[in-house]
Design a protein around this ligand. Sequence first.
Ligand SMILES: [Zn+2]
Ligand SMILES: [Zn+2]
Length: 104
Amino acid sequence: MTRYGQPAPMPDSIRQYMRGGKDPARAFPCPRCGVAAHRPCRIPSRGVPLAQVHEQRVNHRAQTVACCPTCQVPPTVPCHADGRALKDGAVHPARHTEAKGEAA
Ligand SMILES: [Zn+2]
Ligand SMILES: [Zn+2]
C-alpha cells in the first residue's frame, strides 16, 4: 500500500450527496431560508435545520441549470406565463424534468 503525504478528505459536497442528501438542489444556496450551498435548509425564524430542502431551492436550482421547455427560456431566466414571472420563483414541471436529466 502506498503512503501519501496527506490524506485526501472527501469534499463536503460528495459526502452530503452520498449521505442520502439526494437533492442536488443542496449544491445551491437557498433563496428561502438564505443558507449557503451544501448547508441544510432551516426554518428561517428559528434556525432549526430541516430534513428536506425548500421547494424554492429546488426551483432555484432548476431555473439555474435547465432551460424550460414550457415557456422556452434559457437557464437562469425565470419561468413565466402570460408575460409574468411565476410566483415565488416557481418553475414549470417540465423544467424540473430537464434539471433532473442534467443531474444524472
Ligand atoms: Zn431553505
Ligand atoms: Zn417555464
